[in-house]
Design a protein around this ligand. Structure first.
Ligand SMILES: [Fe+2]
Ligand SMILES: [Fe+2]
Length: 265
């Protein structure tokens, strides 16, 4: 019996309960592996201003998030919480990349399901570590920047690939090494281990974004370098802050031309 991929993904995307969402995703991955899905587009594709997420954390503007050092357990936990929040959101980002763009080749869906599975694994790992520090996901406020960019790019897979994996997730590549240093400095071995896994996997996610970005550029007959520049100018007004993790970005498929341009900003 075949199921429709897009309607199944939509259900999981809208699921607000953490444990149910993780379970649904596991089932989705298994069904995909067993080739149970048809990828016939659905009759309509709805916009999603609010994806499924638990009622906590409370979402606040980034400016309202208190800055804490890692000197206290609370500060340490707040850092882990912010990572858990990113990973949880990343599950929704990957699911939305599938649901929303229903005219892509089958491989695209396999790639993003793979990403969703890894994000869920990241989330569970970070959540567990947070738990060992005495906190649960939802205990600190968080911001909604990731989903906002996702929502703003729901009209065009090319813009989505440029801004979500290639800009927001790529930012994670840049900032993770410094976080690893900080965790090492306070002796959080498990935290270091987790962040290393995240960094390794995130290179793959950005690479998926790069690959499909280039695919869409080729399909539309546009220059990938110029198009990436234009999109960054339009949405971020060229305001991308370094320092950039050049080595990781190279591995994730950024061209030398793109890297040089980023460094010039
Ligand atoms: Fe992740
Ligand atoms: Fe990711």
């Amino acid at each position: 019996m075949s199921k429709n991929l897009f309607s199944t993904v939509l259900t999981c995307l809208q699921e607000a309960d953490l444990n149910r969402k993780v379970k649904q995703l596991d089932q989705l991955l298994q069904d995909w592996t067993e080739d149970r899905f048809d990828i016939t587009p659905t009759e309509e594709i709805i916009r999603i201003p609010d994806p499924g997420r638990p009622s906590k954390p409370e979402l606040v503007s980034p400016k309202k998030l208190p800055r804490r050092g890692l000197g206290t357990t609370e500060g340490h936990a707040a850092l882990m919480h912010s990572i858990a929040h990113i990973e949880f959101n990343a599950v929704n980002l990957a699911l939305d990349a599938i649901y929303r763009f229903q005219e892509m080749p089958r491989q695209y869906y396999g790639d993003w399901l793979g990403v969703a599975g890894e994000e869920s694994y990241h989330f569970q790992m970070v959540r567990e570590h947070l738990f060992h520090l005495g906190y649960e996901y939802g205990d600190f406020p968080a911001h909604d920047g990731l989903w906002m960019t996702t929502y703003q790019t729901d009209h065009n897979p090319l813009v989505r690939m440029a801004l979500v994996p290639r800009t927001l997730e790529a930012r994670g590549l840049d900032v993770t090494p410094a976080m690893i240093q900080k965790l090492r400095a306070i002796g959080d071995k498990r935290g270091v281990e987790i962040l290393k896994i995240l960094l390794r996997d995130e290179i793959g996610h950005v690479e998926v974004g790069t690959r499909w970005f280039r695919y869409l550029c080729e399909q539309r007959g546009v220059n990938p370098f110029k198009t990436f520049q234009e999109i960054i100018e339009q949405y971020f007004h060229g305001d991308l802050r370094g320092p950039f993790n050049i080595e990781a970005r190279r591995e994730a498929g950024f061209s030398e031309q793109e890297i040089q341009w980023l460094e010039s900003l």
